[in-house]
Design a protein around this ligand. Structure first.
Ligand code: RFL
Ligand code: PHB
Length: 388
């Protein structure tokens, strides 16, 4: 097989890249080691920044999101038994969209296939070769047969556990890493969320987040141990804790729990995001704790940049954007890292904290709740920093 851009991974990064390249007349093939069904059912992020929702709409894949997504102008902070509303629309003229990552994935897969795009599912033994030359290629096994894709460029969109980052030559990469001493237990429940907008709750017993996928489907999270055993969390205990951490500010309706999982939290960046003809995008290059809701948005920002850089290369024979890809992306990545870390450290209870820290966290939340300047800064970052 031969294509211009070989893409490894059919997550939001790989799929959106392939779609954007196609709109610019650049060919690509995606290979994915999971099945179509698996990637379309995998429950992950749910919050889309304003510019990213606009990009989905403007590039023709936002139709179902317009019908089924939920458009929010603000959210709530909850602490000391009170909620405080932040109105992003008033503060910065932007909002956020709640629409599940797997729905974005479904829409992109459908559109790529309708446009004649090629996605090869259920591959294994993926390897990249000759990335330091201008004739790189990918090999993999599919249906028991060895396959090869020759291409001009390889996009490593294969997530945190992919093979592309480990394929960089030795000593090229620097890693910046931070693990948090807690994780999130997330559930999807067939019940209405406690409010139409998201509630981020700080509580002595730990953080809780009340979000949703639809008016009748709540997505609820609790701060737990990083390696928490789900067996210790029967449904009754989850509901009890969710009620307590909401601090009596809303009534929370219970419902059948459709899905349950624990996610460990970490911050991670690798620099640079490119070597030779191999470009990393999304979780392959960086991970954020979910408190800032930046993971999928960063993945989309990377591939927007990469598609522009590839377009400049093919249409104008200009490699400047490709040469600057890593630096440009990392500027946004680090701001999102900082915001995600900041949101994480004000809302969570740390095992090694001293009483001073609680008072400091509460003072910070109180400051945000009552300062337009502080709210504006939060709103600007939460709804998404400007993008070129
Ligand atoms: P993805 O979505 O992980 O997609 C990578 C794809 O590459 C495939 N793959 C391979 N394919 C071929 N050959 C190989 N050798 C391959 N190795 C891997 C994988 O099967 C997969 O389909 O990365 P991408 O596109 O960069 O998108 C990033 C987002 O998925 C991610 O940032 C967010 O989902 C992070 N995240 C969350 N972000 C939020 O903003 N809010 C959340 O609530 C939230 N919850 C989560 C999350 C990530 C989770 N992970 C990674 C386990 C919950 C979980 C459980
Ligand atoms: C979600 O809806 O799953 C979600 C929203 C905001 C976050 C994290 C997750 O910060």
């Amino acid at each position: 097989m031969r294509t211009q851009v070989g893409i490894i991974g059919a997550g939001p990064a790989g799929l959106m890249l392939s779609h954007l390249l196609h709109l610019n007349g650049i060919s690509s093939i995606i290979i994915e080691n999971r099945s179509r069904d698996y990637i379309e059912q995998r429950i992950r992020a749910g919050l889309i920044e304003q510019w990213a929702a606009d990009m989905l709409t403007e590039t023709g894949v936002g139709e179902r999101m317009a019908r089924e997504g939920m458009f929010h102008d603000g959210n709530y902070l909850c602490f000391n038994g009170e909620t405080h509303h932040l109105n992003f629309r008033k503060l910065v003229g932007k909002g956020i969209t709640i629409y599940g990552q797997q729905e974005v994935v479904k829409d992109l897969v459908e559109r790529r296939l309708a446009d004649g795009g090629q996605i090869i599912f259920e591959v294994d033994d993926t390897k990249v070769h000759d990335i330091a030359t201008d004739k790189p290629f990918i090999t993999f096994r599919h249906d028991g047969k060895e396959q090869r894709i020759d291409c001009d460029f390889i996009a490593g969109c294969d997530g945190f556990h992919g093979i592309c980052r480990p394929s960089f030559p030795p000593d090229v990469l620097t890693f910046y890493d931070r693990e948090y001493p807690f994780g999130w237990l997330g559930i999807l429940s067939e019940s209405p969320p406690p409010d139409e907008e998201l509630i981020y709750a700080y509580h002595d017993r730990g953080f809780a987040l009340y979000t949703m996928r639809s008016p009748t489907l709540a997505r609820l999270y609790l701060q737990v141990e990083p390696d928490e055993d789900l067996d210790k969390w029967p449904d009754d205990r989850i509901w009890e804790e969710l009620h307590i951490r909401l601090g009596g500010t809303r009534t929370l309706q219970e419902g059948p729990i459709l899905q349950k999982g624990v996610t460990a939290m970490r911050s991670f960046v690798c620099e640079p995001m490119q070597t030779g003809r191999l470009f990393l995008a999304g979780d392959a290059a960086h991970i954020v704790p979910p408190t800032g809701a930046k993971g999928m948005n960063l993945a989309l920002a990377d591939v927007r940049m990469l598609s522009r850089a590839l377009d400049a290369y093919y249409k104008r024979n200009n490699s400047d954007l490709l040469a600057g890809y890593s630096k440009t992306c990392l500027e946004r990545v680090w701001k999102a890292q900082r915001f995600s870390w900041w949101m994480t450290q004000i809302f969570h209870v740390f095992p090694d904290e001293v009483p001073f820290d609680r008072r400091r966290q509460l003072a910070e939340l109180d400051y945000i709740a009552h300062s337009v300047a502080a709210q504006t800064s939060l709103a600007e970052q939460y709804t998404g920093l400007p993008i070129a």
